[in-house]
Design a binder for this molecule. Structure first.
Ligand SMILES: *Cc1c(COP(=O)(O)O)cnc(C)c1O
Length: 391
């Protein structure tokens, strides 16, 4: 129930501005059409090309294409031999997939709280959750800001754990001059349409470890040690399944689109930064609006632009939507989901910082194709709601 009544006034715009949207041009479409006219639809030359371009763009030694970001996380848990009896520490301020990947392997997700001003995994909270059963830490670059990788890696090294980056928000960002994709042993990306670049559905894992890269390639192809293209080129029919994998392959159609999008990443990121800078400037004047903090020595990918609002979040959400601004909430803390509560017994109170933040955050529209006028509509609507609440 809202305690504040909704004011009826004209929307600031005619159609709802979504919080995120892909940016596809004619050359993206041409790249896909070219594959449709070629000999390969899946596991052909486009997969390798995209992997090489992605590795080069991030500076990682290896990039492995996989069907989506969730599969990327699952594959990482698998190649680290995470299994029943093992614990993996993860942030609750994320999409459920960041923790579901641990359950896929029969292991136990352990939620550690986030820092109040960035909503990034708090290294001190992680340390307090380390037990003899802990095997890995999954750091989530929430909203597109890289976590404190120095602190998390130090902790991981001291306790013999592997650090995995859920970088599904942060492609294009950097930490202490190092690109996201090189910040931990295994780095996972999503190429879903709202993410920094898209291939429709798709994912990528980067690593400097050749052995892990090879295991990831086998895992995405049923556990079979050669792929269709390798057999076709060598003329051999024989293949062997040596472990249990999945069909998590990315198609040539998707990789052609991904590759075409990757070439525009710097431009997309720049546009997101421009929009964020205007928001930041405009919201300084509003006491009821507090953007999340960006730490030193980091560049942000601004997958999301998250604000903390004073007053009822639900009022803000409904009012902004009514004004034509498609804001959203990221995220319901993962340990609050009924499945987690029933299966793991997680309860509200487990991660108080993330839980308090959840009741006050909103993600405002930000995507490369937004016009200056769209951006000003968002600023105008946020300012209007802030004024209504203070009147
Ligand atoms: C999108 C996302 C995923 C899952 O990626 P999919 O490609 O949708 O499977 C995982 N983690 C985070 C933080 C995400 O935002």
């Amino acid at each position: 129930m809202l305690t504040k009544t909704i004011h009826k006034s004209q929307p600031v715009r005619e159609s709802l501005l979504p919080y995120g949207q892909p940016c596809l041009d004619d050359d993206d479409i041409a790249a896909v059409v070219a594959v449709l006219k070629s000999d390969w639809l899946t596991t052909g030359p486009q997969v390798e090309r995209f992997e090489q371009a992605f590795a080069a763009a991030t500076g990682a030694a290896h990039a492995v294409a996989i069907s989506n970001g969730t599969a990327a996380l699952h594959a990482c848990m698998n190649v680290l031999d995470i299994g029943p009896g093992d614990e993996v520490i993860v942030s609750p301020m994320t999409f459920a997939a960041s923790a579901n990947c641990i359950l896929y392997q029969g292991a136990t997700p352990v939620f550690a709280d986030v820092e109040p001003d960035t909503l990034l995994l708090d290294a001190k909270a992680v340390e307090a959750k380390i037990s003899p059963a802990t095997r890995a830490i999954i750091a989530v670059d929430y909203a597109g800001q890289p976590c404190d990788y120095t602190a998390l890696q130090t902790l991981a090294d001291r306790h013999g754990l592997t650090l995995v980056a859920d970088a599904c928000h942060s492609l294009g960002a950097s930490y202490k001059g190092r690109a996201v994709g090189t910040l931990s042993a295994l780095n996972c990306f999503s190429l879903h349409p709202v993410k920094p670049i898209t291939s429709g559905e798709g994912g990528m894992i980067t690593t400097d470890n050749a052995q892990l890269a090879q295991r990831l390639r086998v895992f995405r192809n049923h556990g079979i040690t050669t792929d269709h293209r390798q057999r076709s080129e060598s003329g051999a029919w024989f293949y062997e399944m040596q472990s249990l994998g999945f069909n998590y392959r990315m198609t040539d159609i998707q990789c052609a689109l991904g590759n075409s999008q990757l070439a525009k990443l710097a431009r997309f990121t720049q546009r997101r930064h421009d929009i964020a800078a205007h928001y930041h400037q405009a919201f300084k004047a509003l006491d009821a609006v507090e953007p999340l903090r960006v730490r030193e020595q980091r560049t942000h990918a601004y997958h999301l632009y998250v604000i903390r609002v004073a007053g009822e979040r639900e009022y803000w959400y409904r009012r902004l939507r009514e004004l034509g601004i498609g804001c959203n909430v990221h995220y319901v803390p993962v340990h609050w989901h009924p499945y987690y509560q029933q299966r793991l017994g997680t309860r509200p109170g487990l991660c108080p910082v993330a839980e308090a933040a959840y009741t006050a955050i909103l993600s405002l529209p930000i995507f490369p194709r937004m016009t200056d006028s769209d951006r000003d509509d968002v600023i105008g609507a946020v300012t209007l709601v802030a004024e209504e609440l203070s009147s």
